[in-house]
Design a protein around this ligand. Structure first.
Ligand SMILES: *[C@@H]1O[C@H](CO)[C@@H](O)[C@H](O)[C@H]1NC(C)=O
Ligand SMILES: *[C@@H]1O[C@H](CO)[C@@H](O)[C@H](O)[C@H]1NC(C)=O
Ligand SMILES: *[C@@H]1O[C@H](CO)[C@@H](O)[C@H](O)[C@H]1NC(C)=O
Ligand SMILES: *[C@@H]1O[C@H](CO)[C@@H](O)[C@H](O)[C@H]1NC(C)=O
Length: 354
């Protein structure tokens, strides 16, 4: 073993002795506005004074005998010392970005030991747009915006709680002042309803921030189904039209038949009118009194007009109420009213019209 190696070994051993002071953690990443904490410990007895500094500035002095000398609202300590080990926790309250840097603990008679402090900022994360609906097989593009982060957040996606492969999305970031905005684009083919989540993470964040939306996928109707629907629609329409035609035909036929029946009836009535004796047996007889003034007039059967001079509704009315004799002869009766008959007797006519 040469002298150089011996010197190195001696240095190492000496270093080992000095390294009895330990600072933990070696590096801390904390969110802005939260607290940063470090532990400094030594088994060495009689260290007298411990000095904490942040970025080269004295922050807290602790005496072995009496504890903290200059604690403040920002910098304080907790004594975790046990027999055989001295240990103090250094607390920096409400850290801000400019606290990032170096935290050091120095015990009298030893080299200072340092640890890194990184203050980070979590921003917002949001998938652009709301829940949306697409057709099966459509290409869907989701965009996720993460704004106001430090450092650059890691963006990732889950689809139905399965992490999406990094090759399936693109992420770009831009610095805005001391912060970073990131933008991620995810593209895939819609197959079924899924929940899509975008997550943004930085080391100091225990659980990533997330934004989620639901993608509703509507099945494309199979052509066969569509044809069937059309077929049903056409069948129903044709059936409806056919039914309508049938009903109309039935109505027309029915009307014709009734008309014919009515005509037959009217002919019968005329026949009765020609032979008054027969008319007496007519069923309509009971509807009116015997018309004593009735005189058969050939003209009477020709007054078939709907509205007679005397203002009585004739033919149709007759067919309904069946008092043909009396009403029909009304006109003629009027002609005789107030005149003397051949035999010189005033004829009185009593007509009751129902
Ligand atoms: C410091 O040590 C104490 C006691 O072992 C422990 O409770 C605390 O969590 C430690 N703090 C850090 C920042 O490691
Ligand atoms: C660090 O930032 C805080 C608030 O963000 C500010 O009050 C303080 O003065 C800053 N300190 C330095 C050294 O810039
Ligand atoms: C999206 O859909 C889910 C579940 O249907 C619902 O809980 C949520 O409120 C919807 N979000 C928006 C922004 O419409
Ligand atoms: C990512 O970007 C590349 C190049 O700009 C592009 O070809 C690719 O389609 C993008 N992928 C996604 C998922 O957006």
């Amino acid at each position: 073993m040469d002298t150089f190696a011996l010197a190195a070994l001696l240095l190492f051993i000496t270093g080992g002795v000095t390294a009895q002071v330990q600072l933990e953690p070696q590096s801390a990443m904390v969110l802005q506005s939260s607290d940063a904490r470090f532990n400094c410990s030594t088994r060495q007895q009689g260290w007298t004074v411990m000095i904490w500094s942040l970025n080269g500035r004295l922050a807290l002095t602790i005496l072995e005998a009496s504890g903290m000398l200059n604690s403040s609202s920002r910098f304080s300590g907790i004594d975790y010392s046990t027999t055989g080990e001295s240990k103090w926790e250094f607390i920096i309250k409400d850290v801000s970005r400019n606290d990032s840097g170096e935290v050091s603990c120095q015990i009298q008679g030893s080299e200072p030991v340092t640890a890194g402090l990184s203050v980070q900022e979590s921003g917002s994360v949001e998938i652009v747009g709301m829940n949306w609906t697409v057709m099966e097989g459509d290409q869907v593009v989701f965009q996720c915006l993460a704004a106001g982060w430090f450092p650059t957040p890691q963006l990732f996606w889950t689809v139905d709680d399965t992490v999406v492969d990094q090759q399936l999305f693109n992420t770009s970031s831009v610095e805005v002042g001391t912060l970073v905005n990131s933008n991620s684009t995810l593209m895939f083919t819609a197959v079924r309803n899924v929940s899509v989540v975008c997550l943004a993470s930085i080391p100091s964040l225990i659980t990533p921030l997330r934004s989620s939306v639901f993608l509703v996928v509507e099945k494309v109707e199979k052509p066969a189904h569509r044809d069937q629907t059309v077929l049903i629609a056409v069948t129903v329409s044709i059936s409806a039209v056919a039914l309508l035609v049938l009903i109309i035909t039935a109505i027309v036929l029915c009307c014709k038949r009734r008309k014919r029946a009515k005509t037959n009836y009217q002919e019968e009535v005329r026949a009765h009118a020609r032979s008054p004796k027969e008319g007496a047996t007519h069923p309509g007889e009971g509807q009116g009194q015997d018309n004593l003034g009735y005189v058969t007039d050939p003209k009477a059967n020709d007054t078939n007009s709907e509205y007679t001079d005397s203002g009585f509704w004739q033919s149709n009315y007759i067919s309904t109420i069946q008092v043909p004799d009396v009403v029909k002869s009304n006109q003629e009766a009027n002609n005789y009213h107030g005149t003397l008959g051949d035999n010189g007797v005033r004829k009185h006519r009593h007509v009751t019209i129902v």
